[in-house]
Design a protein around this ligand. Structure first.
Ligand code: 5GP
Ligand code: MN
Length: 337
């Protein structure tokens, strides 16, 4: 395992290396913003053979990002995606550190002859990479892409496009500078990005004020009909079955942020969203105070993440997953006092 700075001598202006940038499935603003921030930076720096390859599609509220039109969706263009991965010299893996987070693409990346470069801020890297820029102290992967650009002496190349991608990821991963991952440095970086031309209120609006009527009604339904509060565990639980997904026409991105509502209840310390995604059941965990969401997700639901924001998945039925969740929650009651 090497430090990423060792690549400075290879990834120089004019380098003809084939670079693929990939990120986790169903990318959020940090995943896509870091990927496109880095992509736009490489272009500005004079490294032009670069492609962003997303394992899946993503929410339309991210389509404004500069460079979005050049992103290849692996689910749509599988053969091209496979070719890109097989022929790459360097594969940058952003905002994830375990290959299973990119599903089928994971094994292709693992066996590719390319050197793998991981830029990420999640706990417990699996260790598949050759080079890394990794710290859990960063608020977001976008913050680390800012660091990367600095390490490449590229600060002066950061224009409004690059800055906007990076700003978006910092803003969303900190929940608008609210989470305790927000450091003075996070604010300094945000300030610098605004000086580079970012329109912060516009980006906020593009991401958060972008709901369809259907999405708004779905959220209302989920909160009114489907949220259960378990006072003895200070836990708010929302479950969504596949019939409801169909009925409300839920599309990619529509469930983003839904889990967070539960934590707005006074006293709540854990909010959980369990959704039947047909092939698998996906779970999101958000916590306050002492509940280790990542440990819980890892131990019981094949997942992981951050201390206060984690996820997991299961191939069991929705009913079985809900039952299991309620069965194992008491094990962690000590953290929900
Ligand atoms: P979300 O609930 O937004 O899908 O995910 C929140 C965080 O949990 C993500 O930043 C990611 O770190 C982590 N996470 C979500 N799903 C999984 C999963 O299936 N496995 C692992 N290891 N982490 C996950
Ligand atoms: Mn992130």
């Amino acid at each position: 395992m090497r430090e990423i700075t060792e690549l400075r001598e290879i990834l120089k202006p004019g380098a003809s290396k084939k670079i693929v940038i990939t990120t986790h499935h169903k990318p959020d603003a940090d995943a896509l913003g870091s990927s496109l921030g880095l992509y736009n930076f490489f272009k500005a720096y004079g490294i032009t053979n670069v492609t962003v390859l997303s394992p899946t599609d993503y929410g339309a509220f991210l389509h404004w990002m500069p460079g979005n039109n050049s992103v290849i969706n692996y689910e749509e263009k599988t053969t091209l995606g496979e070719k890109l991965v097989a022929e790459a010299d360097y594969i940058f893996c952003l905002d994830f550190n375990a290959l299973k987070r990119i599903h089928k693409l994971g094994e292709l990346v693992r066996v590719s002859k390319a050197k793998k470069v991981m830029i990420d801020h999640h706990l417990e890297p699996e260790g598949f990479e050759d080079y890394r820029l990794w710290t859990t102290k960063a608020s977001s992967t976008c913050e680390l892409v800012y660091t990367f650009i600095h390490l490449w002496n590229g600060d002066k190349l950061v224009d409004k496009d690059i800055a906007s991608c990076i700003y978006a990821g910092i803003m969303t991963d900190t929940a608008s500078f609210k989470h305790d991952s927000t450091t003075p440095n996070t604010h300094r970086i945000a300030a610098d990005l605004i000086e580079k031309g970012v329109d912060s209120s516009k980006i906020h609006s593009l991401i958060y004020d972008s709901y369809s009527i259907e999405r708004m009604k779905f959220i209302g339904y989920a909160l009114y009909e489907k949220m259960e509060y378990l006072p003895e565990y200070k836990t708010a639980l929302i479950t969504i079955n596949s019939e409801e997904i169909k009925r409300f026409g839920v599309i990619t991105g529509d469930t983003e942020g839904l889990v967070n509502y539960g934590l707005s209840i006074a006293d709540a310390e854990l909010a959980v969203l369990i959704i039947d995604r047909t092939v698998r059941v996906k779970m999101s965990f958000r916590s306050k105070n002492g509940f280790p969401a990542n440990e819980f997700a890892r131990k019981h639901f094949n997942g992981g993440g951050h201390f206060h924001a984690a996820g997991g998945e299961s191939e069991d039925s929705l009913e079985e997953v809900i039952k299991k969740f309620k069965q194992v929650l008491p094990e962690f009651k000590q953290y929900l006092q």
